[in-house]
Design a protein around this ligand. Structure first.
Ligand SMILES: [Zn+2]
Length: 191
């Protein structure tokens, strides 16, 4: 129910989004002003969940991310690994690229990235390279997470930049979306 409401909202705000077939298209369509009330971690995480639902509709693992500067969402991304047949097309990478295009610089030191799942090694590396101020994620990923689970790249003091991390925001909703997706996949595999 929760995700159906999100999806309806999303399609109202983003008509034609399902035709998205490339990163550049997504970057241009996803840069938009956040509503004035969207000023808490939970509200931005809900925007990341909306992105995740779009990934699911396109046949990808439902992971979504947004980049926020001040009170404005300046980059959105959802997992497009299958759609683009690109191993680097993770939600975080696409959102960071979109945000950098919006800012006009690779340096995103005033920005916060919201993503529904603990980032992997690649995305955690990109988060440090972008000099991000803060990372907020929902569910932890004990199998591949690089922000506290297997590694903790964003706060590794050997690197030249450290990123503040908040975890567990809307964790129940974020893990439910992912576990439902994988449960359905398994059921389809058996049927
Ligand atoms: Zn990743």
């Amino acid at each position: 129910m929760f995700f159906d409401i999100l999806r309806e909202d999303y399609h109202e705000q983003h008509p034609g989004v399902r035709q998205s077939a490339c990163r550049r298209y997504c970057q241009s369509i996803f840069v938009m002003e956040a509503p004035p009330h969207a000023n808490t971690d939970e509200q931005y995480m809900r925007a990341a969940l909306v992105e995740a639902v779009v990934a699911r509709e396109e046949g990808d693992v439902p992971i979504g991310a947004v980049v926020v500067r001040g009170t404005k969402i300046i980059g959105r991304g959802h997992n497009q690994r299958e759609l683009l047949r690109d191993p680097t097309a993770h939600a975080e990478m696409i959102a960071l690229t979109a945000a950098a295009a919006e800012v006009g610089s690779w340096r995103l030191d005033e920005c916060t990235l919201y993503v529904i799942l603990e980032p992997c090694t690649m995305c955690a590396g990109a988060i440090v390279l972008a000099r991000l101020k803060r990372l907020v994620f929902g569910a932890i990923d004990p199998k591949a997470g690089a922000c506290g689970s297997l590694y903790n790249i964003p706060t590794d003091s050997r690197l030249n930049h450290s990123v503040e991390i908040t975890q567990g925001v809307l964790a129940a909703e974020c893990s439910a979306l992912l576990s439902d997706f994988f449960a359905k996949k398994r059921a389809q595999g058996k049927g």
